[in-house]
Ligand binder design. Sequence first.
Ligand code: G6D
Length: 358
Amino acid sequence: MKLVEGVYGVVNGRHVKSYAVETSSGMKFTCIEYGCIITEILIPDSNGLKENVVLGFDTLAEYIDHSPYFGCVIGRNAGRIGGAAFEIDGVTYHLANNDGENNLHSGANGFHNVIWDSAVVVKDTEVSITFSYMSPDGEAGFPGNLQVEVTYTINENNELLIQYQAQSDQNTIVNLTNHSYFNLSGNLKRTILDHELTLHSDGFLELDETLIPTGEIISVEGTPFEFRKSKQIGQGIEAGHPQITLVGGGYDHPFLLSPVQNQSQMTLFDLESGRKLEIETEEPAVVFYSGNMLTDDFNIRGTQSQKHLGLCLETQKPPNMIDDLRFPSIILEKNQQYTTQTVYSFGWDEGTGPMSHQ
Ligand code: G6D
């Protein structure tokens, strides 16, 4: 394992540290203290060519000016909260309505826009970077002083483990995730429409016209939301469905994850490059977002942004669920420990790429 620490940039006079970790088999992972953003993940293709598989920038200014949450930790709350308000113990709390009448991803004062403290531990076969932040009572409108820690561990199996821990001195809302946009083609050569996705979920949450779950669980059976067997993402979108049209021509839905034996809950595969990403999570749901709202008015390391240039698999509790007993609540009780982990395992087919067929 190799670690290089650096200074990525300066915000309000404060240096923002960067960490670059390399494994001996070819993965390179870079993250920064601003928003715990994962800025780059280099993965070999089947010919050994290392290319970037996440959407990210090389400067803080671009993240601040353009980023639709590229690579960052989302908190205190991932997703939308209807009416930008919620009630706990009879008290109503008001959040920023930064997405129509709703709150999205906790608003401008969410965790994606803060500079975290960091510490690193280097071992022979893994490197762990722990980001910590003390969110004061009332920040972004949420109650309670909340101590949060997010740890990225990269190991010699080319895995990224993300562990989240939090504790509050008052009942509050906590539903954390990472908002990386993946594109396994390598350096954004192609969109994600020909990526093959396997997602073990029997049902997804129907959204209303403001993208807030209606409470209805729709079976994936016989619909474009069926990913229990591997399917190209573009195939599903082309098939069409009112819920696909509703979110701008793609997916942006919470899928309820099903228990699986001896296989990953989610697998993303790009045949042309031979790259593969498997995801395992302790969370009960994942928001699969296929980059429907990516605009074309900025470029990403020289590539013009466009719809479907990346996809997100945001593991979390079902959004906006506070007192619906069918789902785990996003409420974190006073002095209760919030803890969860999601593991991303990167791989590539050795020597089966286009060149090797010649
Ligand atoms: C859109 O609805 C989507 C969100 O799910 C996503 O996180 C955001 O774009 C970046 O608002």
